[in-house]
Design a binder for this molecule. Sequence first.
Ligand code: ATP
Ligand code: MG
Length: 145
Amino acid sequence: MRLSYNRSVMERTLAIIKPDAVKSGVTGKILARIEANGFQIRAMRMIHMSKAEAEGFYYVHKARPFFGALTDFMSSGPCVVMCLESDGAIRKWRHQMGATDPAKAEAGTLRKDFGASIDNNATHGSDAPETASFELGYFFRGMEL
Ligand code: ATP
Ligand code: MG
């Protein structure tokens, strides 16, 4: 067993810097804020999802009225997918992102500072342990984590 005890109690979540934020050139700023907040970046890759790949990622929303616009947007350009690790990473990352709608997000959150609208809201984060497990597996092989 090579993993230390400390490392094994850490939680992991899937984070995405969405196409709007990559396009507007704030990838580096967001990464700096992630690290300053105490996350370890365990894996990271820039990808340009196809429409079908975006649909697979957001399949839980397939019946929602915004599914078409959401998956068009997520496949509109490159994004950065990451595995973030910390104590309570799932809640901690969602707190750092802020509310889904940037207009309702708290001051100092990433969506407040970098999101333009509910459709173009700069970042994604898993919302529960089961979701994190599915989403991390969607983008990363075990060996990369
Ligand atoms: P994400 O999953 O991207 O981290 P979230 O968990 O805060 O965001 P979800 O409810 O999972 O919010 O919605 C997924 C995405 O769908 C949101 O990020 C947003 O861009 C879009 N979305 C959600 N609700 C609406 C809505 N009412 N109108 C338009 N787009 C929406
Ligand atoms: Mg969500």
